[in-house]
Design a protein around this ligand. Structure first.
Ligand code: CAA
Length: 379
């Protein structure tokens, strides 16, 4: 693996850093406080090309490599993990399933809109009774002529209510286990499809997380993604890529927490010297810096494998597990370094602490990542 970024990747990083500083940073405190979805940012990110980084130019995207996409999630999440997850879910699991598994017609219909930010994407797999055990979903899809009729519900759907399309998984053959699940592109205006309860969350407060309800929802057969029975593979293959995105989001949170703690520890004086000069804090900062660096290497190695078209399931799971644990640990230590101030909403470390937690949970809990890694070790 080449540890140096290419000219294009460096340009992408600079562009994203400038965008995050100018367009996202001024809005973060209000967005989190008011739990306001950053709709205007979606438009601006679309104009800047950020909504379709890995989508080829012929489908209206930027056509950059996967690593460029990952570094965009990383840089954006340093400023706002909320915007990071919106973009990650939109791209990794809202857009890429169409890019990798869609027909030309589906690509023509949806990719230019998704890549420009006119449409926002979401991924609807999880159900009340099927979280980690994703193959146990019960939402059903029954073919009737040129349509499928969907019944059931989904929970914890990121971008729920805000997204224009939902990559939805439903059972078309209940007797066939994982081979009885199919994938569909469900548009928000679909008759019989509605948005349920919006969750009030610990963190990522500007992002939307909702239930979805399918009550005799009629989806055109032309919107089935892949063949009947291919849905579970489509879900897991996209989650492999998606987990690198969440790992990059976690890396952004960890890096932000470390940088804040490091600067604060150099300024804050106790016992006549900066607290960073006390070994208790100096060692903390040394561990934080080391773990953030290790997370960075795992994230970019997984991204590089994916960019090269090489298998990356094991490395994606390792990156997601390690980077999210590092985000939680680093944010916890950053609060500690800030002391009493760190526990107040006046300083951003408490937000990083709250945002970090979910990276250990969504897009496959870290227990599931260990399961995936262990399966690879056995094979
Ligand atoms: N890619 C493609 N196919 C895969 C695959 C992969 N990575 N992993 C497994 N498969 C295939 C297998 O080859 C197998 O097919 P065959 O029968 O043809 O061999 C089939 O899928 C079933 O495989 P398993 O028996 O291994 O499946 P399982 O039922 O044991 O489940 C699991 C495996 C890893 C636990 C899976 O259920 C899983 O990943 N669970 C976690 C779900 C998850 O990540 N949810 C996240 C929701 S999205 C989200 O969180 C977004 C957000 O808001 C941020």
């Amino acid at each position: 693996m080449n540890l140096h970024m290419t000219e294009e990747q460096l340009m992408m990083r600079k562009m994203v850093q400038d965008f995050a500083r100018k367009e996202i940073a001024p809005f973060v405190a209000t967005m989190e406080e008011t739990e306001q979805f950053p709709r205007h940012l979606i438009k601006k990110m679309g104009e800047a090309g950020l909504m379709g980084i890995p989508v080829p130019e012929e489908w209206g995207g930027v056509g950059a490599d996967f690593t460029s996409y990952i570094l965009a999630i990383h840089e954006i999440s340093k400023v706002s993990a909320t915007v990071g997850v919106i973009l990650s879910v939109h791209t990794s699991v809202g857009t890429n399933p169409i890019l990798y598994f869609g027909t030309d017609e589906q690509k023509r219909t949806y990719l230019p809109k998704l890549a420009s930010g006119q449409f926002l994407g979401a991924f609807a797999l999880t159900e009340p009774g099927a979280g980690s055990d994703a193959s146990r979903i019960r939402t059903s899809a029954v073919r009737q002529g040129d349509e499928y009729v969907l019944n059931g519900s989904k929970v914890f759907i990121t971008n729920g209510g805000e997204a224009d399309i939902y990559i939805t998984f439903a059972v078309t053959d209940p007797s066939a286990g994982t081979k009885g699940i199919s994938a569909f592109i469900v548009e928000k205006e679909t008759p019989g499809f509605s948005i349920g309860k919006k969750e009030k969350k610990m963190g990522l407060s500007g992002s939307s997380t909702t239930e979805l309800i399918f009550d005799q929802a009629r989806v055109p057969a032309a919107n089935r993604l892949g063949e009947e029975g291919e849905g579970f593979k489509i879900a897991l293959a996209n989650l492999d890529r998606g987990r690198i995105g969440i790992a990059a989001q976690a890396l952004g949170i960890a890096e932000a927490a470390f940088e804040l703690a490091n600067s604060y520890a150099k300024e804050r004086k106790q016992f006549g010297k900066p607290i960073a000069s006390h070994q208790a804090i100096g060692f903390k900062l040394a561990d934080m810096a080391t773990e953030v660096e290790a997370a960075r290497l795992l994230v970019y190695r997984a991204a590089w494998l994916q960019s090269e078209g090489l298998p990356c399931g094991r490395e994606a799971a390792m990156a997601k597990r390690f980077a999210s644990d590092t985000a939680m640990k680093t944010a916890t230590e950053a609060v500690q370094v800030y002391g009493g101030y760190g526990y107040t909403r006046e300083y951003p470390v408490e937000r990083l602490f709250r945002d970090a937690k979910v990276t250990q949970i969504y897009e496959g809990t870290n227990e599931i990542q260990r399961l995936v890694i262990a399966k690879h070790l056995l094979s």
